[in-house]
Design a protein around this ligand. Structure first.
Ligand SMILES: *[C@@H]1O[C@H](CO)[C@@H](O)[C@H](O)[C@H]1NC(C)=O
Ligand SMILES: *[C@@H]1O[C@H](CO)[C@@H](O)[C@H](O)[C@H]1NC(C)=O
Ligand SMILES: *[C@@H]1O[C@H](CO)[C@@H](O)[C@H](O)[C@H]1NC(C)=O
Length: 977
């Protein structure tokens, strides 16, 4: 800054004086100064000297005085304009959803008429000043949520007597909060949620003085101790949320007598004791006490709550019976009482009087029948009742409940036939009935979307119907230990999605069908303990993903087909059959020691266990002589070349003309020197080269002419014009990828666009996406051209390498790109693997450049994928890097556990499941993926698992940055507890 010489000062001041006077007099001029202090942003074009500020969109006037200034979401990156408080009539100031840095702007103390101050969702840091009560004494609304404020919340905050709303949630406060908040006699809304760095503290009993308080949200505030009895004085309270703390002791006895209470959320604490009795007139709507240590019965009067929609008390120690009157509540939608010690019969009228959606009673001691009318409201999406002592038939009415997605009745004493309609319910994706005494036959048809059918350990009987070929979506079929008879029809082998098939312990007879092509996803086949006979079909050897094969305890005879030796089986059991001859050489080792027991006529070259040694009998191979072979080869080549040449000349000419016409409409934007032309790409986009369909389009694998390379081409849009949303997605992807160069981010080579279709040309990744390796079909070696031997499953060092690489890619986007880039859809299917399993992050369709946030509303829409979405999407529209950290944490958990992101167990997603495992002190070894269960590298596996947990913390602020994640992964030293 250049300094003004002393002797000029009076003159300068004189010059400034008139201006200064005017600005005091004229709010208009003040606003033009504010505009200048904001750096004249484009949105402020309407702010000029010739129009009245009262007409500007950001301003509201009251009788020509400027009273409201709303600068929400204006991409402000500098300080708060100091001139604002020169607007002497200003009562309402909203600066939320910007990027304003720095400490608390104390000059706002000068806005002496301020009633509403909103600084939320910015980058403010440092403490809330201890003299915060110097803010206008008429202040009614004070919102600093979604910033990085730290330190204590000062006691002076209790001296803002008019305060009605105090929002402090989602900051980095690491000190205390004052009991003086209880002095705010007019307070209606108080939220301090998601500040888990607060020092451990009790809820001050002074809060009980807030008799006007309606809304109290203190989730995840590191609270300990008991809920104070003084809460019984909170006579206006409607919404109470103290979830995710460590509160102990009982729920105050009179709590459910606070007559305005509508929402009570106390889940994930350590509360004990019983549920207090509610008053009959209570308008309670949502009641969630899940995951505590509560005991005793459910009070009879809960059934009198005539507005109750959500009733969740799962994972506690409740006992006794459920009051039948709960079944008569007309509003009940969610009934979730699983994992308790409840007994007796279920309320028989449940579902009859309300639009019931969720019914989860598993893991209790219920007896009697399932309620008859669960689906009377036609809204039920799940019947989860496994692990009880339920009896009787499945209600016939469920067979017409088309909204159902899952039915889980295993581990009970149900009997009788399953209502036929159940198998074909339109939305049903899993039906789990194992361990009952159901009878009857298999259905001819299954719901189009049914992926899981589990009926083991029942009394099902009859033949496997030929119509089984229509079970096209089935992935898991478990039907062990029933009484199925007859032979296995050929149609059974045409289940294209089947991965796991269990039919062991039945009465099946006859020969196995010759396996046809479509069993190509099969990984586990268990037909043990039947009466199957004949030869083992050689075609088993061409099932590309087969890992586990159990044909033991049957009557199979003949030779073991040598083709079986080509498989990479992890388990093989052919024991107790009547097989003969030599076992394939590949099995002649200790790994298969127990695979061939009790087949007296089998032999081996290097006998293991009880196999005999084969008599060495050199058989002359009947191959053709080299001379004849050579002749055939030469002839074939000539024939082939003639055909190719002929076809090429005829077809090429036609294609050329056609291409020329179409090419004109395509524009090519390239980001590097190309080895191909747009014609090369366009002419090869055929069905033959199609390798997949992504979120917004088809993906092709196309050979680069005159080289051995391939490129991947993603086509967005089809024959019709791109709709607006897709067009935007496309532009976002191009804009970001075109500028990024990092070895862990998929390289965009060029983009080819026409009016109605867009092509993105990427480098091709041989091993496709990580999810396919972790969850999908296991691969055998392919790509002979690359000469690489691929592991059939990902071993631990490879997994760690993938984690480190992907973390490097994300770290680059978060910390080295300016502005930072949030991917927003990190998941294992967006992590691609090259020929050496080096990972690269793909699919930036959803990524946006933080600083260019133009449409706040589209950002709050949940755009990510189920199971990977960070929970803060639920309560804030602020998108920051921590959302990616969460999703990446889920990927880490997938790498360690092999589970899918949305597959924890029946109630939760993977992240929640992992947290629960941790909470219950279950050993990491039990959570490991089967494929990496060996105790090698256990320290590293533990570290990565824990890191996954930390990354998936419910609170964004407790998640590490990608930089920190990367550091831990690179060292992979054990984490400290
Ligand atoms: C407008 O502002 C002037 C000067 O500050 C004040 O005297 C007047 O009462 C205000 N009018 C209203 C309606 O607030
Ligand atoms: C609280 O956080 C701030 C900012 O990160 C830090 O400077 C301060 O030392 C912390 N205080 C305590 C008590 O941890
Ligand atoms: C739950 O309560 C039982 C006794 O009621 C007690 O033994 C146990 O430690 C409690 N568990 C927790 C996590 O507080």
């Amino acid at each position: 800054m250049s300094k003004i010489p002393h002797f000029f000062l009076p003159i300068v001041l004189n010059l400034l004086m008139p201006l200064y006077v005017i600005s005091q007099q004229s709010d208009h001029t003040t606003l033009l100064t504010v505009k200048q202090q904001l750096g004249n942003p484009p949105w402020s074009a309407a702010w000029n000297a010739s129009s009245s500020p009262c007409n500007w969109p950001e301003i509201i006037c009251t009788a020509d005085n400027i009273t409201y200034l709303v600068l929400q979401n204006k991409s402000i990156t500098g300080k708060v304009p100091p001139a604002i408080c020169d607007l002497k009539s200003l009562t309402y100031l909203d600066l939320s959803y910007n990027f304003i840095p720095g400490g608390f702007p104390t000059f706002l103390y000068n806005c002496s008429n301020l009633q509403y101050l909103n600084l939320s969702q910015n980058y403010f840091v440092g403490p809330i000043p201890s003299d915060i009560d110097r803010l206008s004494s008429s202040l009614q609304w004070f919102d600093v949520s979604g910033n990085n404020f730290s330190g204590n919340i000062p006691p002076a905050i209790g001296k803002l007597p008019e305060l009605r709303t105090l929002y402090l949630y989602q900051n980095e406060f690491n000190g205390t909060f004052p009991e003086e908040i209880g002095d705010l006699a007019n307070l209606v809304n108080l939220s301090m949620a998601y500040n888990d760095k607060f020092l451990q503290a009790k809820v001050p009993s002074e809060f009980g003085k807030l008799t006007k308080l309606q809304f109290l949200w203190m989730a995840d505030c590191n609270l300990i101790g008991e809920i104070p009895d003084s809460f019984l004085n909170l006579s206006s309270l409607e919404h109470l949320d103290l979830t995710y703390n460590q509160l102990q002791g009982p729920i105050p006895k009179g709590l459910l007598q606070l007559k305005n209470l509508s929402f009570v959320y106390l889940y994930r604490n350590q509360l004990s004791g019983e549920i207090p009795t509610p008053i009959e007139s209570l308008g309670l709507t949502e009641f969630d006490l899940s995951m505590n240590n509560l005991t005793g019965p459910i009070p009879e009067d809960v059934g009198k709550l005539q507005k109750l929609k959500v009733f969740k008390i799962f994972t506690n120690q409740f006992s006794g019976t459920i009051p039948p009157s709960i079944g008569r509540i007309p509003t009940l939608e969610i009934f979730s009482v699983f994992s308790n010690k409840l007994n007796g019969t279920l309320p028989p009228e449940l579902g009859l009087h309300s639009k019931l959606e969720g019914f989860e009673v598993s893991d209790n001691e219920f007896t009697g029948k399932l309620p008859e009318h669960l689906c009377a409201g036609k809204t039920l999406f799940g019947v989860v009742a496994f692990s009880n002592k339920l009896t009787g038939k499945v209600p016939e009415s469920l067979g017409g409940c088309s909204s159902l997605r899952t039915i889980q009745l295993y581990n009970n004493n149900f009997s009788g036939e399953v209502p036929l309609g159940l198998y074909t319910l339109f939305n049903l994706s899993s039906l789990m009935l194992s361990n009952n005494t159901f009878s009857g036959g298999l259905p001819k048809r299954l719901a189009w979307n049914l992926t899981r059918l589990e009926i083991s350990n029942n009394m099902f009987s009859g033949e496997i119907p030929k119509e089984v070929s229509s079970w096209v979506s089935l992935v898991v079929f478990k039907a062990s230990n029933n009484q199925f008879s007859g032979s296995i029809p050929t149609e059974f082998t045409s289940l294209p999605q089947a991965i796991t098939l269990f039919l062991d312990g039945n009465l099946l007879t006859g020969e196995l069908p010759i396996i046809i092509e479509s069993w190509k996803s099969l990984s586990t086949l268990n037909l043990a303990r039947n009466k199957l006979s004949g030869q083992i079909p050689a075609q088993f050897g061409s099932l590309p993903d087969l890992l586990n094969l159990d044909l033991s305890e049957n009557k199979f005879s003949g030779q073991i087909p040598p083709e079986l030796g080509h498989l990479r089986l992890t388990t093989l059991n052919l024991s107790y059959n009547e097989l003969t001859g030599k076992i394939p050489d590949e099995f002649d080792n200790l790994a298969y020691e127990r695979s061939f027991l009790n087949n007296p006529s089998l032999c081996a070259n290097n006998p293991i266990s009880n196999l005999r040694k084969c008599q060495t009998k050199t058989r002359k191979s009947k191959t053709l002589s080299p001379n004849i072979l050579a002749v055939i080869l030469v002839f074939s080549v000539i024939l082939f070349m003639v055909t190719v040449l002929l076809t090429t000349f005829v077809v090429r000419d036609y294609k050329r003309k056609k291409l020329k016409r179409t090419l004109a409409g395509w524009k090519l934007t390239s980001f590097q020197i190309l080895k191909f032309t747009k014609a090369d790409i366009l002419s090869r986009m055929t069905e033959n080269n199609l390798i997949g369909s992504g979120g917004s389009g088809k993906i092709y694998r196309i050979a680069v002419p005159n080289s051995e390379e391939f490129v991947a081409v993603k086509r967005i849009g089809n024959s019709r014009k791109l709709d607006h949303k897709l067009e935007e997605e496309f532009l976002a992807e191009v804009e970001i990828l075109g500028t990024i160069r990092h070895s862990n981010i998929v390289k965009l080579i060029c983009c080819i666009s026409s009016e109605d279709s867009k092509l993105l040309v990427y480098e091709y990744m041989e091993n496709q996406s990580l999810d396919k390796w972790l969850h999908g079909k296991r691969r055998t070696e392919r790509e002979p051209s690359s000469g690489l031997v691929h592991p059939v499953v990902l071993d631990w060092p490879t997994r760690l390498q993938i984690a480190v690489g992907a973390a490097q890619g994300l770290c680059y986007m978060h910390h080295d790109c300016s502005p930072a880039i949030v991917h927003r859809d990190v998941k294992s299917s967006n992590i691609l693997l090259d020929s050496e399993f080096k990972p690269k992050i793909a699919d930036f369709g959803l990524a946006k450049i933080l600083a260019k946030r133009s449409e706040p509303n589209t950002m709050s829409a949940v755009a990510g994928s189920f199971g990977y979405i960070a929970p803060e999407y639920a309560y804030t529209a602020k998108v920051n890097e921590k959302i990616d950290v969460y999703s990446f944490g889920v990927v880490l958990l997938e790498l360690v556990t092999g589970r899918e992101a949305n597959d924890g167990d029946e109630h939760t997603n993977l992240a929640e499941w992992a947290w629960r495992q941790q909470g219950e002190g279950i050993s990491i070894i039990d959570a490991l993926d089967e494929d990496i269960k060996e105790p090698l590298f256990l320290g590293e596996k533990t570290t990565v698992f824990r890191l996954g947990l930390i990354c998936t913390s419910p609170q964004p602020l407790s998640r590490p940055s990608m930089k920190e994640v990367l550091q831990v992964l690179r060292r992979c030293d054990p984490l400290e507890d």
